[in-house]
Design a protein around this ligand. Structure first.
Ligand SMILES: [Zn+2]
Ligand SMILES: [Zn+2]
Length: 328
């Protein structure tokens, strides 16, 4: 009798419990397939391989912060960058009502910093930082992402376009001075917090011939070298924006925009001055980038002065609110 009882108990174990364990184990080991359709996943186009990868939104945000900002920056600056990076992808991702990356129709965003945002996977970050710094840096960035989990920026209830740049050089720029559209939250303001940036001031010296050859690319020769030192100077800044960035200048009898000149001379921004002498042409540039939205070095300056990420974001994006993506 005891033998029979033991037999039934063992059989019951085999028939009922073992399959149950197998099913549970499968659940633990493999994510349920519906997770791929969860709104927390995003499609990212990788420029290097031409492939689209699907990855968790918060993991993507960490890879953007690591690629877009030095890991040594103060925690509140990394947190502000995490919120900006998350807001950027939520505004574009189709699952949140966005139109995706304009260049790669099947992706929400691409990893080209000239188009969407830079992103680096852990393997590339190991190369960038080296194995010794990798775990410490990654832990710090993941902390910044976790501290701001699910938070994005809105203006009057709508997700903003959180434009940012390296160093404003003293004043951020109004969006409409760089692009056609006006965004109330992307207004210019005085930023005294990026003076520690290694891109705050840059000086470039060209030989007169070199300078004229570069500028001449925009439609042929403009001046002879001897003309550069004429008085009044043949190089004249005609118009600057309120923030000091060159809108229009004249070289000889040719008129150029500050943006075209920036491209021809390979300058970091359009906030420049040009002094020509017989020996050289000295170009001094302030800041790095278009100057619109958050100044990343300024964010670090504010964070080092004790400001939190909400203060930093509201300083550079005027009139915005922090909101959660939960329920969106
Ligand atoms: Zn893109
Ligand atoms: Zn600044």
């Amino acid at each position: 009798m005891a033998f029979l009882l033991r037999y039934f108990v063992v059989m019951a174990l085999i028939i009922i419990i073992v399959p149950g364990i197998i099913v549970l184990a499968r659940g633990w080991l493999m994510p349920p397939p519906e997770q791929l359709d969860s709104p927390r996943m995003i499609n990212l186009f990788l420029t290097g391989t031409g492939q689209i990868v699907v990855l968790p939104l918060e993991e993507y945000v960490a890879g953007v912060v690591a690629a877009e900002m030095p890991a040594r920056f103060a925690m509140a600056a990394l947190e502000a960058q995490a919120v900006a990076a998350r807001t950027y992808v939520v505004r574009r991702a189709r699952k949140f009502g966005g139109v995706g990356c304009g260049r790669h129709p099947l992706a929400d965003v691409c990893d080209d910093p000239a188009h969407c945002q830079a992103y680096l996977p852990p393997s590339a970050l190991q190369l960038k930082w080296g194995l010794i710094d990798f775990s410490g840096n990654m832990e710090k960035i993941q902390q910044a992402v976790a501290n701001t989990a699910h938070q994005i920026l809105t203006y009057r209830g709508r997700v903003i376009d959180p434009i940012y740049h390296s160093t404003c050089g003293g004043r951020t720029e109004y969006a409409e001075k760089v692009w056609a559209n006006r965004y109330p939250y992307l207004s210019g303001r005085i930023c005294g917090f990026c003076t520690h940036s290694n891109r705050f001031i840059e000086q470039k010296t060209f030989s007169p011939a070199e300078f004229l050859a570069l500028v001449g690319q925009e439609g042929g020769a403009i001046l002879a070298v001897r003309d550069l030192t004429r008085r009044p100077s043949p190089i004249e800044i005609l118009r600057r924006s309120e923030s000091g960035r060159v809108k229009e200048l004249r070289v000889g009898n040719r008129h150029l925009t500050g943006t075209v000149m920036r491209g021809l001379l390979g300058l970091r921004s359009t906030n420049f001055t040009i002094v020509a002498t017989r020996e050289s042409v000295l170009v001094t540039t302030r800041g790095h980038g278009h100057g619109v939205g958050m100044c990343q070095w300024g964010a670090d300056g504010l964070a080092s002065a004790g400001k939190d990420f909400a203060y930093i974001l509201k300083f550079y994006y005027q009139g915005v609110s922090l909101a959660s993506i939960e329920g969106r």
